[in-house]
Structures are given as structure tokens and as C-alpha cells.
Design a protein around this ligand. Sequence first.
Ligand code: NAP
Length: 306
Amino acid sequence: MANIKEVTIIGSGPAGYTAAIYSARANLKPTLVSGLQPGGQLTITTDVENYPGYENPIQGPWLMEQMQKQAKLVGTEILNTQVTKVELNDSIKKIFLDDGSIIETKTAIISTGAQARWLGLENEEKFKGHGLSACATCDGFFFKDRKVAVIGGGNSAAEEALFLTKFASEVFLIHRRDQLRAEKILQDRLINNSKIKFIWNTKVSKFIGDQDLQSIELYHLDKNENSNLDLDGVFIAIGHDPATKLFEGQIDMDSEGYIITKPDSTETSLEGVYAAGDVKDKVYRQAITAAGMGCMAALEVEKFLS
Ligand code: NAP
């Protein structure tokens, strides 16, 4: 039994590190497998102004580095590698790593997160953090009295557009069809907001600018023609994909691949397996809510093991 871990955490965003901090402090000697992008989505943002505890803006990568250091200091073993396969059904679970080793563990916390979908256009990488974002809650504040656009037609696009009207002077909602997928109540709010301008049947075909994004080229599908729109910011809201491929067929998920947990709990359909953060949350998707769920998962693991 010597090498069987009490708890293994998969993923290194705010949920994973918080689960690690709490379980280390409960003397469970956690192992955390950090994955391909240690620190998760926050490592690709810049200023963070909504994480409590910091008077002045902090940098996303810095925040994740601090969480990692804190997790390590309190006793987490951090493995900078990737999980290639899992077997979570039995009481002793197996987690296979890409160096060929296998972790055996009594409990597992899945905090592999989710990733915003991007359009896949040329220059997209270059403008991320320079006028291009996939999170209005994170970056909207920087567009006070500026002209911005939101791409998408679902609930996220509607909510992001409405949120942005608090700061921006104009918000273009650009959708590839002539009908939104967003709930009726959100559609009504959009229509009744004078800052929102709809651009229907349209796709973005190019991002244009030197250092920062300055304009976008639009392709109007109905007219089969292009136009240019000068803007200060573009928010892509075409959905997220949870990182749950590894767990398919083993854990209950919803139709979009998010892990299902029991009400007011991080317990999954498998005994001893917990899920925290964006991998199970398609509504809030904030660092602070993910961290909160990581804490819940660690406390539930502690209770389960005792
Ligand atoms: P979504 O509902 O899948 O909507 C994605 C939108 O992006 C759709 O309008 C889609 O267009 C468009 N789109 C997809 N790929 C595109 C592309 N390559 N180019 C241009 N447009 C593209 O995603 P979501 O809005 O992120 O919502 C995800 C889930 O979370 C949904 O179940 C949603 O209800 C839920 N959610 C709930 C709340 C809430 O309850 N308050 C808030 C946010 C999200 P088409 O319409 O043409 O397919």
C-alpha cells in the first residue's frame, strides 16, 4: 500500500491548486498533475482586477505562479507532465502519465478546466490581450467609452454584450445567422439596450492592426460581400469546450461534455472521484468560483477518506 496516494489532482488552474492547498493542509499529501498548460486559462490573460484580496490589478500568470508556490509550500507534489489515460472505476484508481509511470490513488479530483473556442483566423494569437479577448468579465473594464464587438449568438454572447454596455460606448453583436440562440429574456434585454447594434448573417474574416487590434474585416454571408469595421476590442463568445476527453465513458457528463456532479457537491458519478472548476461549470466560469469548488472538493475528499 506504500505507494498508493490519498488524493491525486488532475489540472493546475485555480480549482486544482486550491484543492491541493486544502488537501495538503489536511495532511493528505496530494499529488497534482499540471498538464500541458500549467496554470490554465489565467496564464493567457493579462490584468486581473476581480480576484479578491488585491487592491491593485495583478497579472493572471503571476496569480497562478503564486497559487502553484503556495500549493508546493504546504506539501503538494507537483508533476509537470500530462495524463494520458485514467481508470477510475475501482476503489484504487489508476492515472497513467506520459512518461509511462502510473499513479495509484484512493481519490481523484478532476480540475482540467475548459477552453474558450476561437475562430482560428490568422493573427488571432497576436491580438489576444491586445484588443481580442474571450472573457468580457475579465477584460471588459479596459474598454471604457470604446467601441467593441461580440461574436456569437448564444447565451454567453448575449451576456457578454450586455455586460460590455456598462463600459463601452457601442457594442456590435455579430452573428453568423439572423436569429440568436440565446434565451428570449436575454434577447429582449439586448433589443432594449440602445448601445447594442446587431450585425446579422455575418462572419469575421480578418483581424487588422499593428500592435493592437484596430479593425475587423467582415464577410456578409447574405450579400456575399466584405466590409471593414473600426473597433477597439473584439470578444469571441462562440462557446467553450470542457477538457473531458480523458474521462469519456467512465464518468457521467452532460450533452456538451461537462462533468455532472451531485447538487451542492463536487462528487461525480464515481465513488471517490470529484470534479471542480470549469470542467463542471458552464455558467460562472470565474477563477474565484473555480477556487471555491476546488476547496469543496478537497473537503469532500477528506470526509470520504475518513
Ligand atoms: P452556445 O450556446 O453553443 O452558442 C455558441 C454561439 O456561437 C452560437 O450562436 C453559434 O452560432 C456561434 N458560433 C459557434 N461557432 C462559431 C463560429 N465558428 N463562428 C461564428 N459563430 C459561431 O455557447 P455559449 O453561449 O457559450 O453557451 C454554452 C452553454 O452554456 C449553453 O448551454 C448555454 O445555455 C450555457 N450558458 C448559460 C448561461 C446562463 O444560463 N446564464 C450563460 C452562458 C452560457 P449558431 O447559433 O449559428 O450555432
